[in-house]
Design a protein around this ligand. Structure first.
Ligand code: RNT
Ligand code: ZN
Length: 421
């Protein structure tokens, strides 16, 4: 897009928003604080690099599609991430899973992973001046095949996973320490039951006991922040998920942990945006897994829709940007994976910019006076202002393609790089 055109359109947008008392320059400046954590697993369909033929297995999550160009090594993944970041305005973070370590040609089981397997990633993050987040990987493993890990009644299996998660915390803390920005270590486990279990309580008590042991080691908050992620159901865990919403909400409040809210992990008529102001009254910080569930927790690429907008609006309206960590969690293997990344991340950024451009005080004033038609009209009116021109200016300021100019760049990357894999 022609720079002149972007500038001209922005000048009009600035004028239009100014009439509503909104300063567009200020909103763009605030986007510096919106650092979205890129989930590395979009580049390879959650396969990981433990074994040459690693594929996503179990845990009730599924990646569909077989579009060519999947990253097959750390080198390819880094290349893909660099391309992705080059097409995104602002700074991001990178969110790694434990299966993405540099294990060389050896097989290193989950209960043996060490900082050295992730030093390459830490150095890479340092070079790109970004922070790292991390996840224990308690799925795609023979010891998760019967559906229980940290809540398993089999003591050998339970101990294996406790050891894995403890090691993940050592690694996460080291990432935070070396990079000077706390690593959010997210804990999601697949544990659950396909059909009606009788001992729900037993498994939940075991999970609590495992977590208590794992978290008995304290790390400085400047290095490591643990978050816990609930889920309503998964494929193969339809009847019960051990780590339910009540379980983790209770656990996080009682033990001062971050609560992770995944947009695909609630009943489809619930919205995560509505939960934010409640949770923030009881936990210090949240981790968000920004995703788009189509009919179920399908992990579709995020689009600029009302669900993501409400999340961003609630974060901004409650002045909670510094208490909410935003990470992506989708995996689509049916389209160009870098394209999926860029579309999804831009959509999440747009939601935040859109929220930053809201004349909240004015609308709230109507609300307080009971003038709810006016409130609705303003909320609707915001949708058709020259918002795109402001996002384009944000792109221009950051020297990345404005509008959908990134499409051509991704097509080129596909023919030069991805199609040759
Ligand atoms: C699964 C959870 C979890 C995973 C990632 C890969 O339902 O959302 O966060 O998607 O850890
Ligand atoms: Zn998630």
């Amino acid at each position: 897009m022609n720079k002149d055109f972007v500038q001209k359109a922005y000048a009009l947008a600035k004028e239009q928003y100014a009439k509503l008392g909104v300063d567009t320059d200020e909103a763009i400046a605030k986007m510096k604080s919106v650092k979205i954590s890129l989930h590395c697993w979009q580049t390879d369909d959650v396969g990981g690099f433990e074994k040459p033929d690693s594929t996503l297995g179990g845990g009730g999550i599924q990646c569909t599609g077989n579009y060519p160009g999947k990253a097959r090594s750390i080198e390819e993944m880094k290349l893909d991430l660099e391309k992705t970041m080059a097409l995104l305005p602002g700074k991001q973070r990178l969110n790694l899973h434990a299966i993405y370590g540099d294990f060389g040609r050896q097989f290193v089981d989950r209960d043996h992973i060490e900082v050295k397997h992730f030093q390459g990633w830490i150095d890479w993050a340092k070079k790109h001046e970004i922070g790292l987040d991390f996840n224990a990987t308690c799925f795609s493993h023979a010891k998760a095949d019967d559906g229980f890990t940290l809540s398993s009644k089999n003591e050998t299996i339970r101990r294996f996973w406790i050891e894995h998660v403890k090691r993940c915390r050592v690694i996460g803390a080291e990432m935070g320490k070396q990079l000077g920005t706390p690593c959010v270590l997210n804990h999601w486990i697949p544990d659950g039951s396909k059909d009606m279990p009788v001992d729900r309580g037993g498994h939940r008590a075991i999970l609590k006991k495992s977590l208590d042991e794992i978290f008995s080691v304290e790390y400085p908050k400047e290095y490591l922040k643990d978050s816990v992620e609930c889920k309503l159901f998964g494929i193969g865990s339809e009847a019960m998920v051990v780590g339910s919403h009540e379980f983790y909400m209770g656990y996080a409040i009682k033990n001062n942990k971050l609560l992770c809210l995944d947009m695909g992990h609630f009943h489809p008529t619930e919205t995560v945006g509505d939960k934010i102001s409640s949770c923030l009254l009881f936990v210090d910080e949240l981790m968000l897994h920004v995703s788009r569930g189509v009919r179920w927790d399908s992990d579709h690429v995020v689009t600029f829709n009302e669900d993501i907008c409400l999340i961003a609006q609630e974060v901004i309206r409650n002045k909670a940007l510094d208490r909410v960590n935003v990470g992506l969690d989708f995996f689509d293997g049916s389209i160009n994976r870098i394209g999926a990344y860029v579309v999804g991340t831009r959509a999440a950024q747009q939601a935040f910019l859109f929220a930053l451009l809201e004349p909240t005080e004015k609308i709230m004033d109507y609300e307080e006076k009971g003038k709810n038609f006016e409130r609705l009209a303003y909320l609707e009116g915001m949708k058709t202002l020259l918002f795109g021109a402001v996002y384009d200016k944000y792109c221009l300021d950051n020297n990345v393609p404005a509008g959908i100019d990134y499409v051509a760049e991704i097509q080129k990357y596909e023919s030069d790089v991805l199609s040759k894999r």
